[in-house]
Design a protein around this ligand. Structure first.
Ligand SMILES: [Zn+2]
Length: 109
């Protein structure tokens, strides 16, 4: 039996997508292949929509947090900051978006 079961629980999915969003914002690699395909398609759209909303990079390549203005951060530093301070906000946005889009898909005539 595979020890990595599919994450079908909404909270687990939201957590995976929020982490992927952070990683994409920082141009780190991420992998959401294990998500069920209909969810993955929505997740890709959400990541694309919000990836530029998290950080500001100035002309000196200094990273600041777009959500609270704090910085400067290294990429790794911002990743940790966002995980610690903004994860609940990101998860709420993603949960809302996933549920809304999946509901629309499910009820489309
Ligand atoms: Zn912040």
């Amino acid at each position: 039996m595979s020890k990595e079961r599919a994450p079908y629980n909404l909270d687990e999915i939201v957590e995976i997508v929020a982490d992927a969003l952070l990683r994409q914002a920082l141009e780190f690699s991420y992998n959401i292949d294990k998500l069920p395909r209909p969810i993955r398609e929505v997740a890709e759209k959400v990541i694309e929509e919000y990836k530029d909303s998290l950080i500001i990079i100035d002309e000196n390549s200094i990273i600041r947090c777009k959500l609270c203005g704090r910085g400067p951060f290294t990429k790794k530093g911002f990743y940790l900051h966002a995980k610690r301070v903004h994860m609940e906000t990101l998860k709420n946005i993603i949960r809302e978006k996933l549920v809304t889009v999946l509901w629309q898909k499910a009820t489309r005539l």
